[in-house]
Write a new protein. Structure first.
Length: 314
């Protein structure tokens, strides 16, 4: 595709031709030849690199809010080819906050240089990073060729985990009266009850020591807690809201205690460990948060409501 430099090249050729017509000395033909051939010769040298260049971009999966993060842009090109110039256009969109940034980078020697695109980490949210245009030009910029774009990538800017200024004591809140029911499929459980044997009971559930004392078969029936669900309900927050920090801290604290829980936002996110907590935060920050989704709280062990950076028990 011709560029503005190509138009200037044509003007230079026209001026050289006028000089040749008006100047009858020996230098005129040579000057016209140099003006015509030299730019085309440099274009021919750069053309193989322009046609074979490929770009790769490695965007980190997560980044911490407020800390520097970047996406390195590298180029695959044989170092033995004559160099070309590369121009990169792209945009970064925060899907959670709804903000968008554009960037523009120029690389003079892609075989030896890389570009590092700074990521905006001032606000939490999932960043959609994409290259919108990738152009190769010869050294004089006579023509430009568009190359294949790298795949779109995403990076989630996570909030730092920060405890609220005040909240109910976790130890006392989590010590609620259990509602027990028979465990499906039986098996081992810390909670159990003793009852008489019924046809169909598994042999390994029989309490042989107690049965020998009572002269009748006694079964240890495994029980499980029904009101064992913990809910973390997040009210509508912004990308810089402290509620995200408190949510991440409380979820991580429950994971440290090996307590599964459910994060309630626009969707329900089941969390069993720290890896699940990070994945839930990434999914939560992929779009603006609306009103909390409805959930069944009838058998909840406890419900923590997070609003304006504070934790309330309900």
């Amino acid at each position: 595709m011709p560029t503005l430099s190509f138009l200037l090249y044509l003007i230079a050729v026209a001026l050289a031709w006028l000089l040749r017509m008006s100047y009858l000395g020996w230098f005129g033909p040579y000057f016209l030849l140099i003006v015509i051939v030299l730019p085309l010769f440099l274009l021919a040298l750069s053309l193989p690199a322009m046609l074979t260049l490929q770009a790769d971009c490695r965007v980190p999966v997560t980044a911490a809010r407020g800390r520097p993060a970047s996406a390195p842009l590298t180029f695959r090109l044989s170092p033995f080819l004559f160099p070309c110039r590369v121009t990169v256009y792209g945009e970064i969109e925060n899907l959670f906050a709804g903000e968008r940034w554009r960037f523009h980078e120029q690389i003079a020697d892609p075989a030896r240089e890389t570009a590092s695109i700074a990521l905006p980490t001032a606000l939490c949210g999932q960043l959609r990073f994409r290259i919108t245009r990738l152009e190769c030009r010869d050294l004089l910029g006579l023509i430009r060729i568009r190359r294949r774009l790298p795949a779109e990538a995403r990076c989630t800017v996570l909030p730092p985990a920060a405890a609220p200024d005040s909240m109910p004591d976790l130890d006392s809140v989590l010590e609620t009266a259990p509602v027990l029911s028979p465990k499906y499929g039986g098996g081992y459980s810390e909670e159990h009850e003793l009852r008489e044997y019924r046809p169909g009971d598994a042999g390994n559930s029989i309490h042989w020591k107690l049965s020998s004392k009572t002269d009748e078969l006694i079964v240890r029936e495994a029980l499980e807690r029904e009101n064992d669900r913990i809910f973390l309900v997040l009210s509508r927050v912004g990308a810089g809201d402290r509620g995200l920090e408190v949510l991440f801290w409380l979820s991580s604290e429950l994971c440290r205690r090996e307590l599964s829980h459910t994060i309630v936002a626009d969707r329900l996110y089941e969390v069993a460990n720290e890896s699940d907590a990070v994945e839930a935060m990434c999914a939560l920050l992929a779009s603006p948060i609306g009103e909390p989704r409805r959930f069944d709280a009838s058998m909840a062990r406890c419900i923590f409501r997070i609003s304006s950076g504070e934790v309330f028990l309900s």
